[in-house]
Design a binder for this molecule. Structure first.
Ligand code: GLY
Length: 345
């Protein structure tokens, strides 16, 4: 009997919006709305701000923003048209986090569904879990009516074929090795590989913060490889009292430092978004010990970029190497700004 009442209540609850909408599209809001994203996120931030300025919830806003990039066949780092794994199959990772309710959802190694960010949001809204991977994530997406399709565009397929044809024994399957080995592994072919991703963060008029990170991950990865994007604390973290952070770039380095969580904690201690991002870059530089991942002068031979916003509408971005652009929208046009580099090129 008790169980029936519970199920009835739950069924009733499920027709209600699970994420509280902002009832206060109050023009006199004391919060300064902001949305920022990685450099491929000009349209994403514009869409997110459009929704925020109408009084929408920051999570709805940032997910609608990145859906545009996921659907874009010409962005080969995210969603449809993303570069595939080693076997030519596009596998997507994404996470979302909702500051107001401190809930998160994520999917990893998801095939055939072009909007992993929306599936991650569905994990947040309609499960008791945070992360669902692989076949389970696909079944969950199917259950909720997401359309299955081949995500490999002709352009991405050709890029993959080019990579296979140039492939040598230097791939991601490493033999036993010491940390002193040079010229080992796919990292020596860095120019052929990408870690492209989009992260988008937003602060809405109600003062609530949310974020999303979505990616096709490392190009030509070992099937099943999961990067930082769907890992809460690494590729994305939100604390509604403090701010939010997210990342793009070499996910393995970020997974070893849980940088997004670290950035939010640095902001809690009073650092600006940019300085907090710089601290995360410094931590990765300090923790990178394997010579195959270092330049001759001992710096990381890869890049990772971080994006952060705080509760006051402050924002910033830093990358291990300078030259990275990121998108900002503080209520008007989206624009590109330059991330601070921890190292010069
Ligand atoms: N940062 C994206 C990835 O490494 O998969």
């Amino acid at each position: 009997m008790k169980r029936r009442i519970f199920i009835q209540k739950t069924a009733f609850a499920s027709i209600l919006p699970l994420i509280p909408k902002n009832t206060f599209s109050n023009p006199a809001s004391s919060f300064k709305p902001i949305s920022i994203a990685s450099g491929n996120g000009l349209q994403a931030t514009a869409k997110a701000m459009e929704i925020i300025l109408k009084g929408g919830d920051a999570l709805d806003a940032v997910v609608a923003g990145v859906n545009i990039v996921e659907n874009d066949p010409n962005d080969n780092s995210v969603g449809y048209g993303g570069l595939p794994n080693y076997e030519g199959v596009v596998e997507l990772d994404s996470s979302v986090m909702h500051g107001a309710t401190h809930r998160a959802g994520a999917v990893a190694a998801l095939q055939n569904i072009k909007n992993p960010a929306s599936v991650a949001k569905m994990v947040l809204e309609r499960t008791d879990h945070v992360l669902i991977v692989g076949e389970g994530a696909l079944k969950f997406a199917r259950m909720h009516g997401f359309k299955e399709e081949n995500l490999l565009t002709e352009e991405s397929r050709k890029e993959w074929v080019k990579w296979r044809e140039m492939m040598s024994k230097e791939d991601d399957y490493l033999p036993p090795h010491s940390i002193d080995e040079l010229d080992l592994g796919a990292n020596t072919k860095e120019a052929l590989k990408t870690y492209g991703t989009i992260n988008c963060l937003g602060l809405d008029l109600a003062g609530n913060i949310s974020g999303v990170t979505t990616t096709s991950g490392l190009s030509y990865k070992i099937p099943g490889r999961v990067g930082d994007s769907p890992i809460i604390g690494a590729g994305l973290y939100v604390d509604n009292e403090v701010g939010a952070a997210g990342s793009t770039g070499r996910g393995e380095a970020n997974l070893l430092d849980c940088s997004s969580f670290m950035i939010v904690e640095f902001m809690r201690q009073g650092l600006s978004p940019t300085d907090a991002c710089l601290e995360a870059c410094k931590r990765i530089a300090t923790h990178t010990k394997e010579k195959r991942l270092l330049t001759k002068d001992g710096k990381p031979n890869f890049n990772v970029s971080f994006y952060a916003i705080n509760k006051k509408g402050g924002y910033g971005s830093a990358a291990i190497y300078e030259g990275i652009k990121y998108a900002v929208n503080d209520g008007k046009e989206s624009r590109l700004e330059t991330a601070v580099g921890y190292f010069k090129r």
